[in-house]
Structure formats: structure tokens, C-alpha cells
Design a protein around this ligand. Sequence first.
Ligand SMILES: O=C(O)C(=O)C[C@]1(C(=O)O)C=C[C@@H](O)C=C1
Length: 257
Amino acid sequence: MDFLKPDTVLDLKNIRDELVRMEDTIIFNFIERSHYPTCPTVYRENDPALKIPDFSGSFLDWALMHLEMVQSQIRRFESPDETPFFPDKILAPILPSINYPRVLASYSPQVNYNDKIKDVYIKQIVPLVSKYDGDSWENLGSIASRDIECLQSLSRRIHFGKFVAEAKFQADRALYSKLIKEKDIEGLYKSITNEAVEEKILERLCVKADVYGVDPTNKEGQRKITPEYLVKIYKELVIPLTKEVEIEYLLRRLESE
Ligand SMILES: O=C(O)C(=O)C[C@]1(C(=O)O)C=C[C@@H](O)C=C1
């Protein structure tokens, strides 16, 4: 899909194809993270053993915030599919602006689930994907770097819910306008849910985890990722959060009419 061509961005088939491609990015980012232990020091706020000058927060927050500041200067957050974890810290680009045509409602940047995504990642995903429970002082920088890759790919996937929601809204304005006016959250969940699509995703993830998670020339070797926990992460976290983004986006959609 091409963000300079709105028609390609709001085509549900293109959106779903892009979500499928993102599965590979997310799986390979989990595999990279799986070489390291949990390393709680990376996530502990204001750890006395890891003092960071002039900063309140965790080592991961420090690294992510500074990376986002640089990435904002090279236009990362001008792209409508990117959502910053530190929206108050992003800087003006040093490159000329691209002026993407607007495809999402103007309030869309305010639909930001990154705090929740970071919390869920640290508490629920890191323990599942890590090699073992423990610290690794010599790898703090590598682990934070892998975490940032995991977080940014999860954030992009989950916030893609905004494109899905906009495409669905435009495909049936009458139905969605009625549900939004009535604040019928249950009705909205029902109409955005497509169980067949969800099942297909989970089936495909099982196969991908099976194939990508182990050296194909040594199937008895160590598994870096298992179908069980990949399906669990998608079923219990990624898909539900994508739907939350869709609902929050839709509930405000009539503001933009
Ligand atoms: O593809 C859609 O229609 C979506 O809304 C996205 C998604 C997902 O997160 O993958 C979420 C809800 C649907 O039940 C199916 C899939």
C-alpha cells in the first residue's frame, strides 16, 4: 500500500495483506529477543544500580525516547502508520515534509495505545519470549534495542486498526453512524469482528512459528519460538488491542463528518 494514494490505503484487502506481512517482522523480532534473558533491570524505573543522569524512568524508556527524537527528525512520525511512544518529545523533521494526503480522521494521533502496549509487552510478552529469567549486565544495550524493535513493530500492527476501522466505516456509513450515535460498543465490536479472518491468522501463525522457530536443517535443535506462545500473544493481546484501537477510533468518527 502507498500512503500517497488514499485508495490503496483504505482497501481492506491491502490492509489485511499488510497485516500478514507484519506477522513476519514481529516473529523475527521476537526471535531476536529470544536470545536473551528477561533482564528486569532494563524495565525498572529509576534503578539505583543503573543511574541515568537527568532522567526519570527506565533504561528502556531512556533509549526509546532518544531514538524516537532522532527518528522524528527523519520524518518517522509524519507517516500515518507510525505512532510515537513519547509524543511530547518528538521534534520537527530536518527533512522537508511529505504532506501525505489525509486518510484518517484528524483526531487519529490521539488514539495512542503505546503506554498499554509497552506495559503488556514488559509484563506478558517478555517472560514468554525470553531465553530464561534473569539479568545480563553485558547485554543491556542489545536487549533494549531488541525490545524497541519488538515494541515498534507491535505498535504499528496494533495501530493499523485505525485503517481497518476507517475502511469499515466508509464501506457502511449508515450502520456505523447509527452504532456510534447510540454508543453501542457491543454492536460495534460485533460488526468489526470477523471470526474467519481471526482463525486464519492463528492457523497461519502456528505454521510460521513451526517453520521459522527452528533451524530447518536441525529440527531437534533449540526452538526459538513456539506456536503455542505466538498464538497466545496474538489471540490474547495483539488482536484484542487492535480491536480496542478500532473501537476508540470509531467512537469519535462522527466528530470528523
Ligand atoms: O481484518 C479485520 O477485519 C480486522 O478488523 C483486523 C483483525 C486483526 O486484528 O487481525 C481484528 C478483528 C477482526 O475480527 C479480524 C482481524
